[in-house]
Design a protein around this ligand. Structure first.
Ligand SMILES: Cc1ncc(COP(=O)(O)O)c(C=O)c1O
Length: 435
């Protein structure tokens, strides 16, 4: 039964207070608002305020909030059934989605796909597949990587605070190499030499099952890896019989101007993980790989109760249609170019802007003191986030030092909303640069 207090309009402040009392502090919150509803690139909070959304649920709603095609597909599926557990009673939509992703994955080698729910689960399962295929145990990831918050993916993640703090020990036989970063003086040669050093110092190459790599480091600071880096990783993996796992959880589903960001490098990965943009706001992740590798685990070795949930699969099939019909790969490139052009123009006015970079729609601005990349300025990124928030724009930062602003625009954002958001960002920067 509703109490009288349920009828009172709720305020963000009241809900924040209840949140603080009811939830552990470990579940953080970037902005002090509670959502009431959302459409495309806009969110309205419980007090009726409108927010321009440059976060997209952390690069999830690539097709915008509540895309009508996705809503329709979900509605139709709700009329049929919500859950059977795919391994118990199968449904055609799961197979159809796997077939479509197999066709979209780069390279001529036949592919197979299975579904999980979260990005972390997809990466965990990619490691399981690689170990089953190679009979080896070692895994190499990169400094600054983010692969999730489960124990194995935390071991792979290359940032301690806050993700790993207090949670160890983590699974063994995980090693980290440098990720190329021209701004910080790490070349592709350095990164490859780092892996060779792991083979010398830590584990012989013949014991390494997988190298797990992001095409653009996401949480690590929106750092695109150069195509040459992935080409050399491909050669290195071929030389040593290592499975190359490309983590496209954040970069996939058209975000980087191609369906998979790794297509920019022209290589064929052995396994790809994806999540976020795939489900159009519903919980779905995928592991896509060369059929021979994917068939290594024994029957029953893969799956989970909710994996490949029929509602999310229905949404994902609509997402693939929307990406194709609305040409969202090209749109991702266009909005990324526009945002970077505008932000680059500001670079000459603000010496705290050390770098403007990105791939497709993934766009980042790095802030450092006096333009010196060795003096990260998270206080400017934080002030910018706060100033943008005061003006109705939601943005997030990232990076090892938290000094990188990242834009995660819904790819369907209308030009007028994009321009409005970029104008707010510019205004907010004028104030934040003084922080
Ligand atoms: C590259 C990458 N891999 C894995 C993950 C983990 O995904 P999830 O939070 O859905 O477990 C993320 C999340 O941000 C990610 O960016």
């Amino acid at each position: 039964m509703n109490s009288m207090t349920d009828l009172k309009p709720k305020t963000n402040a009241e809900l924040m207070a209840r949140r603080a009392a009811a939830l552990p502090r470990g579940v953080s919150q970037a902005h002090g608002v509670f959502a009431e509803r959302a459409e495309n690139a806009e969110i309205w909070d419980v007090e009726g305020h409108r927010w321009i959304d440059f976060v997209a649920g952390i690069a999830v709603v690539n097709t915008g909030h509540r895309h009508p095609r996705v809503m329709e597909a979900v509605g139709q599926q709700l009329e049929k059934f919500t859950h059977t557990c795919f391994q118990v009673v199968a449904y055609e939509s799961y197979v159809e989605l796997a077939e479509r992703l197999n066709r979209l994955a780069p390279g001529a080698t036949p592919k197979k796909t299975f579904f999980m729910s979260t990005g972390a689960e997809a990466v965990e399962n990619a490691v399981k597949v690689a170990r089953a295929f190679t009979g080896r145990s070692g895994v190499i990831a990169f400094n600054g990587a983010f692969h999730g918050r489960s124990m194995m993916t935390l071991a792979l993640t290359g940032k301690v605070d806050p993700y790993k703090k207090g949670f160890g020990p983590f699974p063994a036989e995980v090693y980290h190499a440098p990720y190329p970063n021209a701004l910080h003086g790490i070349s592709v040669d350095d990164a490859i030499a780092g892996i060779e050093l792991i083979f010398k110092n830590d584990i012989e190459a013949s014991h390494v099952a997988a190298i797990v790599v992001e095409p653009v480091q996401g949480e690590g600071g929106y750092i695109p890896g150069p195509p040459e880096f992935f080409q050399r990783l491909r050669t290195l993996c071929d030389t040593h019989g290592i499975v190359l796992v490309v983590d496209e959880v954040q970069t996939g589903a058209a975000r980087c101007g191609k369906f998979f960001a790794i297509e920019h490098s022209g290589i064929e990965p052995d396994v790809i993980t994806m999540a976020k943009g795939l489900g159009g706001g519903l919980t779905l992740s995928a592991v896509i790989g060369k059929a021979e590798i994917m068939d290594a685990p024994v029957p029953g070795g893969l799956g989970a109760t909710y994996a490949g949930h029929p509602i999310a699969v229905a949404g994902a099939l609509a997402v693939l249609d929307v990406i194709e019909e609305e040409n969202l790969c090209a749109r991702a490139q266009a909005i990324g170019d526009k945002a970077r052009a505008r932000l680059s123009a500001l670079k000459s006015r603000f010496d705290c802007i050390t770098d403007v970079r990105g791939l497709g729609a993934m766009t980042a601005v790095e802030f450092c003191r006096d333009g010196d990349p060795h003096r990260p300025a998270p206080e400017i990124a934080n002030a910018l986030k706060a100033e943008a928030f005061n003006r109705g724009l939601l943005i997030l930062n990232c990076g090892t030092y938290g000094n990188v602003l990242r834009l995660m625009l819904p790819l369907t954002i209308p030009d007028a909303v994009l321009d409005e958001g970029l104008a707010i960002l510019e205004e907010a920067l004028v104030v934040a640069a003084k922080a």
